[in-house]
Design a protein around this ligand. Structure first.
Ligand code: NDP
Length: 443
């Protein structure tokens, strides 16, 4: 099976390293499970699961503040809707290309299956760079993006959400434009503002969920989060809320980072300083170097991985931790890693930490809280109700507990007594999607 997958990737998905990386990881983990079930091979499940249902690519034309016409590329990868309407975020970043969106869409299928909710997988975005753009430019771009995307989405077809550089502001612009062109107020996108159908707690969900999952992993290994030293990369939606919840759970957060540098807090980040950082990053769209507090030490161009810690939470972007950084973490005695970002550890880095007996929570489990609360937002939109924050948070905690249970359903502890969550999560998700495809026959 692995040879077939490799050939298909080489022949039909050339020069897409991130997509190859994500697919190979899953199929290596499920290999034995797959070959034990002859029906998967008979139904060509592997070959079918690595081909997206469809990829929509479009031009996005907009006008900048100087009156110049700008052209960007937009995509929506509708990867697999076997177990529910396509669901997955939109990313605006100059690095966005088909390989990255296919890796994210593929991963999303497995993550969504693991939540236990009826959601298929998709991903989209644009190579538009919002950095340095005015608010009006971002608005014009978002409207132009939705001008095309609206044809391809719907509450029972495909329900996008946010991702890197797509937060409440961008979702508001896109949903507003959807409403104008379609004239239908419906839950077609999640991460909306609370005044127009957004769920309480969606903004916090990925970061909080990551901490809830981390706590489940630690409990399963007779450990506690309280008092642990935590390093966090990123200073966006996921990183800031992971930091907030970690502090609330009495952990000591030693740093945050962004694309320009690192902010180090020797004595631990306080709630007050975190509030100031939130204003800088989310309201002013600024950089960590703008932080004025005296507790933090700013290091231009630095990354978190050589800071001694018990817990590492990579929450910025894919492949941010390579073998070199993984070795530093292991040398410094890291106990657990939970991935807030999608695929932040390279394949080599994952091997290194797992071989060293680090408790490793893969993204599809550890950061599934965001999409799970997006699922709850859809439920609230469908029943035209709005749940209080306490209820959403309680549901999120339960969902992360269930994800932990599902992630160990098909595996045993290794000889060091540590669970291989990556393998466990991959098998559980694969089984759900594959058995559904078998149930549908050949389509
Ligand atoms: P944001 O745009 O809010 O924040 C991203 C952060 O990462 C920023 O601080 C950014 O720095 C930093 N960053 C981005 N790219 C790089 C890079 N190449 N090198 C160094 N730093 C970088 O995004 P999110 O927090 O929403 O997303 C972060 C990760 O979490 C992504 O992998 C995303 O796919 C994943 N994720 C997000 C979910 C969500 O609900 N938002 C759900 C599940 C997963 P700067 O501020 O300087 O731009």
């Amino acid at each position: 099976m692995l040879d077939v997958v490799k050939k298909q990737l080489e022949n039909f998905h050339k020069n897409q390293p991130e997509f190859h990386q994500a697919v190979q990881e899953v199929f290596e983990d499920i290999h034995d499970f797959y070959t034990d079930h002859e029906i998967y091979e008979r139904f060509a499940i592997a070959e079918r699961m690595i081909e997206p249902d469809r990829i929509i690519q479009f031009r996005v034309t907009w006008v900048d503040d100087s009156g110049n016409v700008q052209v960007n590329r937009g995509w929506r990868v509708q990867f697999n809707n076997a177990i529910g309407a396509y669901k997955g975020g939109l990313r605006f970043h100059p690095s966005v290309n088909e390989s990255i969106l296919k890796f994210l869409g593929f991963e999303q299928c497995f993550k969504n299956a693991l939540t236990g909710m009826p959601m298929g997988g998709g991903k989209g975005g644009s190579d538009f760079d919002p950095k340095g753009k005015s608010d009006l430019e971002v608005m014009r771009f978002c409207h132009a993006f939705m001008e095309e995307l609206h044809r391809h989405i719907g509450p029972n077809i495909d329900v996008p959400a946010g991702d890197i550089n797509v937060g409440t502001r961008e979702i508001g612009y896109m949903f507003g434009h959807y409403l104008k062109v379609e004239n239908q107020f419906q839950g077609v996108i999640t991460g909306k503002g609370p005044n127009f159908g957004g769920s309480c707690g969606r903004t916090e969900a990925t970061g909080y969920g990551c901490i809830y999952f981390l706590e489940e992993m630690l409990n399963a290994h007779d450990q506690k989060l309280k008092g642990k030293r935590v390093i966090i990369s990123g200073a966006g939606n996921v990183a800031l809320h992971a930091a907030e919840k970690a502090i609330a759970e009495d952990a000591k957060v030693l740093c945050l980072s962004d694309s320009k540098g690192l902010l180090y807090f020797k004595d631990g980040l306080s709630d007050k300083d975190l509030k100031e950082i939130k204003v800088i990053k989310t309201q002013n769209h600024g950089a960590l170097k703008d932080f004025k507090g005296t507790a933090g030490e700013y290091k231009s161009g630095a990354e978190p991985w050589d800071i001694e810690c018990d817990i590492a939470l990579p929450c910025a972007t894919q492949n941010e931790v390579d073998d070199k950084e993984a070795k530093k973490l292991v040398k410094n005695g890291v106990l657990a890693i939970a991935e807030g970002a999608n695929m932040p550890l390279t394949a080599k880095a994952q091997d290194i930490v797992m071989k060293a007996g680090v408790i490793y929570g893969p993204a599809k489990a550890a950061n599934a809280g965001g999409v799970a609360v997006s699922g709850l937002e859809r439920t609230q939109n469908a029943e035209m109700r709005s749940w209080p924050l306490q209820r959403v948070d309680q549901e999120l905690r339960e969902i992360m507990k269930d994800i932990h249970k599902r992630s160990i359903e098909h595996i045993e502890r290794n000889k060091e007594g540590v669970y291989n969550y990556r393998k466990g999560a991959n098998i559980t998700s694969f089984k759900k999607i594959a058995d559904t495809l078998v149930a549908y026959g050949v389509k």
